[in-house]
Design a protein around this ligand. Structure first.
Ligand code: EPZ
Length: 434
């Protein structure tokens, strides 16, 4: 089983380039099947979640071709849009974004039959808002059919939909289906994340008529048909934030290229409060820190608030800051599972409900760790890079879902990190790094 072996204590310096946004890519790749013409998508991150979704898209008859490592051609013409259409390969249940195929296929064929989504275990993660939205558009949705979601309609008809919780997934999914519905749809209390805007921009490039993405009211005027398009995905806000936190935790100096600094404001402002320096350029940011870090308070909120996907990374940095910090998780109820791992490295963190109370320590000590989910796994990598001694992190397949070439990028910054398979290799690594 592959594991990361990390010898911490190095100051990370240099520059890295951020990949395309995973969570935008997942919506966009699903949207691409909504036309029978070819779509060419650039800047697709080469991570296991996108590859899994592409396999599922291929599995229903679409033509999928990698033109290069980050450019994918998708042609949805070969999909048999009848009642035999079913998305249920052995992989698709593992990823959350399989649910975007419900909206995309329901919009295009008025029928979708998709295995229930999996994804990281960070809380209950219901999809009731998605299904209520489809029902408002006139679909009948059955969610118990052998662990599948079956949605069908004679004709989707635009509607007024109010989301009682701000949901990224439901906003994108309803937008997908509404694109090919008859008439106007309004999504109120919509999520405003950068990837919502990116999916809407892609759909508009395909001929959709969507206005207001990025605000909390999205208006979709249904069109009868979409056409092929070429599109380049925005940079990944969370991958960028991860390297920003890494720079601070290791008291390093990293130039992070291919970012949209505006998308990083919530992260930058917290790092600055902690005593780091963040310099914004047009499409890059430099993050530096030295000396002592200060404590602060963080509460996760929907965009433009502080992203839940960066909660674990920031708590890790705060665990090395002077004083007491409070981190409140308000989106998912099970996103503190990394805390017990950090505690084994010497962190002083107490979790009470959805609040982590962090008393900063001077240093972490290397330990054997297990990644509980994608983002928490990346946070443990940061902890290990900042720690004294060697750490070994198991279950790194979670991390590979969302971080392209994570170990290579970290090595290019001077980090001492390898992917190793056997106990013998780990022993050798430990002897080598001393
Ligand atoms: C997306 O998940 C992302 N996943 C998550 O990223 C991210 O953490 C999350 O948005 C919040 O930003 C993808 O884009 C594939 P939500 P999603 O619907 O869409 C509740 C990562 O690490 N809710 O915005 O599943 C829900 O329980 C992943 O990259 C309902 O109650 O999140 C949560 O409390 C992890 N009913 C809140 O809404 C629903 O039908 C927000 O969830 C849907 C959601």
């Amino acid at each position: 089983m592959e594991r990361y072996a990390i010898k911490g204590g190095k100051v990370l310096e240099g520059e890295i380039t951020i990949a395309g946004a995973k969570n935008a890519a997942l919506g966009i790749l699903a949207a691409a099947v909504m036309t029978d013409e070819e779509c060419i998508i650039e800047n697709v991150p080469y991570v296991s979640d996108t590859r899994t979704l592409l396999k599922a898209i291929e599995g229903i008859g679409a033509k999928v071709k990698y033109l290069d490592r980050h450019t994918v051609s998708i042609c949805g013409k070969g999909i048999r849009g009848d009642r035999s259409l079913s998305v249920d390969d052995e992989y698709i249940r593992k990823i959350r974004a399989s649910y975007y195929l419900i909206g995309a296929l329901l919009g295009k064929y008025s029928y979708a039959n998709v295995a229930l989504p999996g994804g990281c275990d960070i809380g209950a993660r219901p999809i009731d808002l998605h299904t209520k939205g489809f029902e408002k558009l006139g679909a009948k949705v059955d969610t118990v059919h052998g662990g599948k979601v079956v949605a069908e309609a004679d004709q989707l008809v635009g509607a007024h939909i109010y989301l009682d919780t701000v949901s990224v997934g439901a906003t994108i999914n309803i937008m997908l289906a509404a694109t090919l519905a008859e008439g106007k749809t309004t999504i109120e209390n919509a999520a405003k994340e950068p990837h919502i805007v990116d999916v809407a921009n892609f759909l508009n490039t395909m001929g959709a008529n969507i206005k207001g993405a990025g605000t909390d009211v999205i208006r979709v005027r249904g069109v009868t048909k979409l056409h092929g398009a070429e599109y380049s995905i925005i940079p990944d806000q969370i991958e960028a934030g991860t390297f920003m936190a890494m720079a601070v935790a290791t008291r390093g100096n990293i130039l992070i290229q291919n970012v949209i600094p505006k998308h990083l404001e919530a992260i930058s402002s917290k790092l600055i409060e902690m005593g780091a320096t963040v310099i914004e350029y047009d499409d890059s940011v430099r993050v530096m820190a030295d000396g002592k870090l200060k404590s602060t308070q963080i509460k996760t909120l929907p965009y433009p608030g502080f992203p839940t996907d960066m909660q674990a990374h920031m708590a890790t940095v705060l665990a090395l800051a002077e004083g007491t910090s409070i981190v409140t998780e308000s989106i998912f109820e099970n996103r503190f599972r990394y805390v017990q791992e950090l505690v084994r490295m010497g962190a002083k963190i107490r979790v009470e409900g959805n609040v982590a109370i962090i008393n900063g320590v001077q240093k972490f000590l290397g330990a054997n760790l297990t990644a509980p989910d994608l983002r928490a796994g990346a946070a443990l990598v940061i902890a290990a890079l900042a720690a004294e001694g060697v750490s070994v992190i198991e279950d790194i397949e979670y991390i590979k879902r969302g971080y392209e070439d994570f170990d290579e990028k970290i090595r290019s910054l001077g980090g001492n990190m390898e992917i190793l398979d056997t106990d013998k290799d780990i022993q050798k690594f430990k002897l080598r790094v001393g």
